[in-house]
Design a protein around this ligand. Structure first.
Ligand code: WT7
Length: 635
């Protein structure tokens, strides 16, 4: 029996039991056998969910890039680490070997150092899905700098907020990006953002689309000439187990994004362990996760998890619809992809297209299919299973969060029998519980509750950058001594978990986590708007779409409403990015409120979802009459 690699269901149950009975011992054995350490830990785990304070492998010293790159060089230096598939299928794919990756990461790390970046400094990375992005992350990790990747679809204001929140000294970007037929002016967005970011001293610019851009003297530098001059080897900074590896922002229930902090050792151990088991990676397999590295999925399962296992990982620059809706399947055939990991929103979009787009390609290399980001509905699950997996490849419905660093609940393929819409069983080391709103544990089967985790796992986030109190308030204060996920879940008759969705003010749109508050804050900036409330409603492809209820300062004539709708979406695009645009905007004279002034979102949600049969008791509202008005005018 191996702690690290579980191959059948019996073994899962044995390993799971061991991991719960003696977690320290369980993780210590894994850490010892499968990773390189420069100094051994003094203590495997110390934790206190009250403070909260969580430390794994305290006292240990390591460098994650030694584990992800250097240690593979003697046995598989020439093996491909990263396959880069460009946006344009006519452009040649790149196969970057471990040797080549080592060289390029070292050169990049030397450039960072010569530009004054030191251990602990924050570096903001705002790049498209090109090899420089992967290399930039690893270069930061090599010298102990903390990367903060911002998805290159966020607006200049969202970028500026994130840069300033963590005091980044440097921004790494490109002259632009390709997105299907379009290009995007990333450098222009950075320039706009930096007008309000006095702390940024240097901008490194990768050349990708060869557009004419402005370079600010003394601040902006082309990346390639610096790389060309840099040494091809670089001393690695040996960091402490609990030194921060990166910050990644996620949206929450107030306007300010939360910079989740992940630390070196625990994150490395857990992402490597989950990658190995959930994708049953075997030597020479080709693994493809379609996420962007701007999200946690890309951090954990394009970069760190696969590379720590010496895997070959595909990085795709483009979009599923370019040049046509067969692109994903073309790439699977071209690179003989064995494990394919994507999101339900993508599956639903592709399932709407003609099956010819799938049938044209040979998908026989596929062994395992994955899904992440939101609950996968029954219909999408079956389409994925029947047409892509040909009923032979198990689907792993993986539940996790930016905050959890790695996958927590998921089938282990060929071990756990899958069940559509169920993320199934907790991985070893993960102890989920369901609680009622009063905080009492709901035991037994066929029950619903608030999903919490009662024991730490190695890759749990350690804090919110610069605001530990907020970290405590959001995740550890709703239920005493538990990590609260913000999700609801159902446990079935065999103990399988099904995630039923968010129980807070977060809405998952196309697999992206959007807090209502930042969007409402943006809308309220419009001079004509007095107040607003956002809720989600079901959408065929996106899973959820956003519905805004907006009170205008002066109600005005309806013919100006369409213009206002455009302007409101324009403001949202400027403040956050196009992903947060509203599908429906209803103008109203009031919003249903409790006597203490809290908006009753439940009522708005019912109206947006056209589910008004049971509106509950509205008589206690401050303004019950407004409910009928909103119902009458619903879109
Ligand atoms: C939220 C976290 C973790 C990577 C992507 C999203 C929802 C995620 C599933 C799943 C049902 C899921 C949850 C979670 N979610 N995976 N397999 N089934 N819901 O990361 O942006 O931090 O969002 O996504 O609601 O809390 P994120």
């Amino acid at each position: 029996m191996s702690n690290y690699h579980i191959k059948h269901l019996e073994e899962y149950f044995q390993v799971y039991r061991k991991s719960v009975n003696n977690p320290e011992n369980y993780w210590e054995e894994i850490a010892e056998e499968h990773f390189l350490w420069r100094k051994r830990w003094d203590k495997v785990l110390s934790w206190d969910f009250e403070k909260p304070e969580i430390k794994w492998f305290e006292g240990a010293k390591l460098n994650i890039t030694e584990n992800c790159i250097d240690r593979h060089l003697t046995t598989k230096g020439e093996k491909t680490a990263i396959i880069f598939e460009p946006n344009n299928p006519e452009e040649e794919a790149q196969h970057i070997s471990y040797n080549e990756l080592h060289k390029r990461v070292c050169q990049f790390a030397n450039v960072l150092k010569s530009e004054g970046i030191e251990k602990g400094d924050r570096v903001c990375i705002y790049l498209p899905m090109i090899p420089d992005l992967a290399i930039a992350l690893l270069a930061c990790a090599r010298i102990g700098a903390i990367h903060s990747v911002v998805f290159a679809g966020f607006s200049s204001m969202a970028l500026a907020t994130r840069i300033n929140d963590s005091d980044c000294k440097m921004v790494i970007t490109s002259d632009g990006s390709y997105r299907g037929e379009k290009t995007m002016d990333l450098k222009g967005i950075v320039d706009e953002a930096l007008k309000t970011c006095p702390g940024v001293k240097t901008v490194l610019v990768a050349k990708r689309i060869h557009s004419e851009i402005e370079m600010t003297d003394g601040r902006d530098k082309w990346l390639q000439p610096l790389l060309d001059k840099a040494y091809q080897s670089c001393y690695m900074e040996i960091v402490d187990a609990e030194d921060p590896l990166f910050i990644l922002y996620t949206s929450g229930s107030t306007g300010k994004p939360k910079g989740m902090v992940h630390t070196a050792a625990g994150y490395m151990v857990y992402t490597a362990f989950t990658f190995k088991n959930i994708f049953q990676y075997k030597e020479n397999d080709i693994f493809w996760c379609t996420a962007d590295i701007g999200w946690i999925t890309g951090h954990s399962y394009i970069i760190y998890g696969p590379l720590a296992n010496g895997a070959t990982t595909v990085m795709f620059e483009g979009i599923p619809s370019y040049p046509d809706f067969g692109r994903f399947w073309e790439i699977v055939e071209k690179h003989k992809v064995n494990q394919f990991y994507t999101a339900p929103t993508v599956i639903r979009a592709l399932a709407k297209q003609n099956l010819n787009f799938v049938e044209k390609y040979d998908l026989s290399s596929l062994k395992i299919l994955g899904s992440v980001g939101e609950p996968i509905n029954e219909e999408a699950w079956h389409w994925y299973n029947d047409n892509i997996g040909k009923s032979k490849s198990p689907i792993v419905d993986t539940w996790w969060q930016t905050e959890t660093g790695g996958i927590l609940i998921s089938p282990i393929p060929f071990s756990t029998p899958t069940k559509p819409t169920y993320a199934t069983l907790p991985l070893p080391g993960i102890q989920p519980v369901l609680l009622d709103d009063a905080g009492t544990e709901i035991t037994g089967i066929q029950v619903n509750g608030n999903l919490c985790i009662k024991f730490p796992w190695p890759s749990i986030a350690r804090t919110i950058w610069g605001d530990h109190q907020r970290f405590r308030d959001i995740y550890f204060s709703t239920f005493k001594d538990k990590y609260f996920t913000g999700d609801g879940a159902f446990r079935d008759e065999v103990g399988y978990y099904r995630i039923t969705g968010r129980v807070d003010d977060v809405i998952i749109v196309s697999g992206h986590n959007l807090g209502t508050a930042p969007i409402e804050d943006a809308i309220n900036e419009h001079p004509a708007v007095a107040e607003s409330a956002i809720v989600g409603f079901p959408h065929e492809i996106k899973g959820n779409a956003l519905y805004g209820f907006v009170i205008l300062k002066e109600f005005g004539e309806t013919r100006i409403h369409d213009n206002l709708r455009k302007e409101i979406n324009q403001i949202i695009t400027e403040h956050i990015g196009p992903i947060a645009k509203l599908d429906k905007i209803q103008f109203t004279s009031g919003l249903p409120k409790t006597r203490s002034g809290k908006i009753m979102r439940r009522i708005l949600r019912n109206i947006a979802c056209k589910d008004t049969t049971d509106m509950g008791d509205t008589s206690t509202l401050l303004n019950p009459e407004v409910v009928q008005e909103i119902m009458d005018n619903a879109l």
